[in-house]
Design a binder for this molecule. Structure first.
Ligand code: FES
Length: 170
């Protein structure tokens, strides 16, 4: 994939540049891995922090910085659900839908969120406040069902707990 294709597919705006502080952090990350390319996931996380979300220009920026192709960065980025996408709402609700959570009622959780928010999985509320995502295992199967709200895990979820969590968000 060319850089232009990566930009178009990820739907980005203008060019991006890492701050000097981020570049120093990236150099530190490189020192933690046997090869530079292995630092791609944390560099993408850093890009998310720097730019607010991963879009086409952010992918190009990461690719430039790491000396790898935008297509490769795009491929890795799209494999994972936990990076913030352009257009995601203020709060991204990731509902685990893998078997242990399915057995413990994640379908009810998704259904409840669909009704409460008026959106389906993969959609964002018109006011830009919430994005709902169904995702694979969040690694907390013993406390299923689990919802991740931005960076925070909420485990052993009930619909009452879920409502309280959403009601408490600023
Ligand atoms: S199956 Fe839901 S956290 Fe693992």
């Amino acid at each position: 994939m060319t850089q232009a294709e990566a930009t178009e597919r990820a739907g980005g705006a203008g060019p991006r540049e890492f701050s000097e502080a981020a570049k120093r952090r990236i150099e530190w990350l490189y020192s933690r891995y046997p090869v530079r390319e292995a630092a791609l996931l944390p560099v993408l996380r850093l890009a998310e922090e720097e730019f607010g979300a991963i879009d086409g220009p952010a992918i190009e920026c990461v690719a430039r910085e790491m000396g790898i192709s935008p297509g490769h960065v795009y491929g890795v980025f799209t494999f994972y659900t936990h990076y913030r996408r352009e257009g995601d709402g203020k709060y991204v609700l990731q509902v685990c839908s893998t078997l242990p959570c399915a057995l413990r009622g994640c379908r009810d959780v998704v259904h409840h969120l669909e009704e409460r928010l008026g959106i389906g999985p993969g959609e964002t509320t018109p006011d830009g406040r919430f994005t709902l995502k169904k995702v694979e295992c969040l690694g907390s199967c013993d406390t299923a069902p689990v919802v991740q709200v931005n960076e925070d895990y909420h485990e052993n979820l009930t619909l009452e707990k879920l409502d309280a969590i959403l009601d408490a968000l600023p």
